[in-house]
Design a protein around this ligand. Structure first.
Ligand code: SF4
Ligand code: SF4
Length: 118
């Protein structure tokens, strides 16, 4: 079980990224976040959300969900879109904000309900 992302609801506000960085570092440290906005470098107004989990890198794009097993991502198994995919592998995996009584902070901060749990 983990957080889920509906890329068709996402409006690219980056509140989840800020929230996760805050959860990690008690500061708005974007490089600490394990959920980040995904942008394709050659497509205007095209975005989705990437999530680093323990064993997978999830890329939620408008056309669908891509799940990359960590270890396979470096081997070019998919279009990584921009250079932000690789640093994701170095980040801590999502811990579902397990130290929070109120659950995932990214979910709480997303203004459009694009992050959820089922
Ligand atoms: S649930 Fe917590 S650790 Fe996981 S992506 Fe959201 S804010 Fe980050
Ligand atoms: S907080 Fe929600 S709307 Fe904003 S970038 Fe994250 S998923 Fe998208």
């Amino acid at each position: 079980m983990g957080v889920k992302i509906d890329p068709l609801k996402c409006n690219a506000c980056m509140a989840c990224e800020l929230a996760c960085g805050y959860h990690r570092d008690d500061a708005f440290a974007l490089l600490s976040s394990c959920v980040v906005l995904y942008r394709a470098k050659d497509r205007k107004d095209y975005y989705g959300v990437m999530l680093k989990e323990e064993e997978s890198l999830i890329i939620a794009r408008p056309e669908g969900l891509e799940v990359n097993r960590i270890g396979a991502v470096d081997e070019g198994s998919s279009d990584k879109g921009d250079a932000s995919a690789k640093p994701m592998l170095l980040r801590e995996a999502c811990d579902l904000c397990d130290d929070r009584d109120d659950g995932p902070l990214c979910q709480q901060m997303c203004p459009v309900g694009a992050i959820y749990q089922d």
